[in-house]
Ligand binder design. Structure first.
Ligand SMILES: NC(=O)c1ccc[n+]([C@@H]2O[C@H](COP(=O)([O-])OP(=O)(O)OC[C@H]3O[C@@H](n4cnc5c(N)ncnc54)[C@H](OP(=O)(O)O)[C@@H]3O)[C@@H](O)[C@H]2O)c1
Length: 374
């Protein structure tokens, strides 16, 4: 394991150099990896492992579009694609990749098949960390670990096909066989991770829930909405407000920040922008830090997980969710954004302005569940 310096702090990191795919194949050569669930992470992880020469099967409930998708992706019913219970029985490593709510519902079934020596694999620390709420308490004689890709299952697959890799964290909750470490690292490499950094279940879920409620989605939408509204209140047009709030950020600045960091961005913008950004960033930090602290507390006390379990297990969950998403979708800012995007030269064929209802519906269908943060 390599020790790397992250801004002055040393951390353990596993790279493909020290743990090549051939080693992962050797560690997993007698295992049957059962990927349970074929939603977003399921396809990415199952297909990457299959292409990496790992003996992988998929467990998915039948008579669903998801079952058909697994077939379309090359999994064969009765050979590499099974009903969930049969896959659980065949698998020696159970990759539990149902939605977090479904993991609670299916747990009694999973538990029955966790015979001594098997391994239970997660891509999130949720079920184990909040076990008082989820009821997920594995038997003592199985390995329990996680590999959590830091991005969507769609990106995991896409980057694998491009010969790249998404960074993942890994953690061991229980080492019953003495082989948990080599098993989890081998799986991390096999699912297509670029490199793996060490964490524990609690830290993984606390940081993940904070991140998605914070800068990855919740906070960023909040800041977009606030700035857009101020510009609109002061008489700026929707296109101007949208361009100065979102479009310039996503189209021009963020790709550069991704490549070079924000320090580089600050050093390579106009001196006017530089002066203003240097003067204002600490004010935004100080204004939002109390909200981030409140958010972290809400995660750490189990309030967020309970809210997620309660709302996601309601029978009218999808309808209620749709109402909330509709509010966002139909807000002036994102409607303006749709028109702005349609004007990008590369989109002039594929994305029509917001007034074109039929194209709009098509676009919404296409984008419905292709990407998600998890
Ligand atoms: N989304 C991501 O990219 C991402 C990123 C990092 C980590 N993770 C973690 O990876 C895990 C999987 O997340 P995901 O987003 O891939 O899940 P997901 O897409 O929400 O999972 C859908 C899968 O769960 C099945 N399912 C749902 N309810 C079910 C039920 N009651 N009985 C049986 N099967 C049921 C679905 O089958 P049907 O289609 O038949 O309903 C489908 O196979 C989670 O722990 C998540 O936190 C996800």
């Amino acid at each position: 394991m390599a020790k790397l310096n992250f801004g002055g702090v040393e951390e353990n990191v596993v790279t493909r150099d020290e743990f090549p795919l051939s080693k992962a194949q050797e560690v997993l050569k007698n295992e049957t990896v059962a990927v349970i669930g074929y939603g977003v992470q399921g396809p990415g992880q199952a297909l990457n492992q299959k292409d990496n020469g790992i003996n992988v099967i998929v467990g998915q409930r039948k008579n669903s579009k998801t079952w058909d998708k697994a077939i379309a992706d090359g999994f064969v019913p009765g050979e590499t694609l099974f009903e969930i219970e049969e896959a659980l029985q065949r698998g020696t490593i159970i990759c539990y990749l149902l939605s977090d709510a479904a993991q609670i519902a299916l747990w009694p079934t999973v538990q029955k098949h966790l015979t001594p020596g098997k391994a239970l694999y997660f891509s999130h620390g949720f079920g184990i960390t909040f076990n008082e709420q989820t009821g997920i308490v594995p038997p003592k004689d199985v390995d329990v670990f996680l590999v959590a890709p830091k991005g969507s299952g769609t990106s995991l697959r896409r980057m694998f096909l491009q010969g790249r890799g998404l960074n993942s964290s890994y953690a061991i909750f229980q080492d019953a066989t003495g082989k948990a470490k080599e098993r989890v690292v081998a799986l991390g490499i096999a699912v297509g991770s670029g490199y793996l950094f060490e964490t524990d279940f609690k830290k993984e879920v606390y940081s993940d829930l904070t991140g998605e409620r914070g800068t990855l989605m919740g906070a960023i939408q909040g800041i977009f909405a606030a700035q857009y509204q101020v510009l609109r209140d002061k008489g700026h047009s929707p296109s101007e407000a949208f361009n100065e709030t979102v479009e310039e950020l996503t189209q021009s600045l963020m790709p550069l920040v991704a490549e070079n960091g924000m320090d580089w961005m600050y050093a390579n913008c106009s001196t006017t922008a530089q002066r203003g950004a240097l003067d204002w960033w600490k004010k935004f930090r100080d204004a939002t830090a109390p909200v981030f602290r409140e958010l972290y507390e809400s995660v750490a006390t189990g309030k967020e997980s309970q809210r997620s379990i309660d709302s996601n297990s309601k029978t009218d969950y999808r309808e209620k969710l749709e109402e909330e998403l509709k509010e966002l979708r139909e807000s002036e800012m994102w409607q303006a954004g749709r028109t702005v995007r349609s004007l990008r030269p590369e989109n002039q064929q594929s994305e029509a302005p917001a007034t074109d209802v039929s194209t709009k519906e098509l676009f919404l269908q296409q984008t419905k569940k292709t990407e998600s943060v998890g």
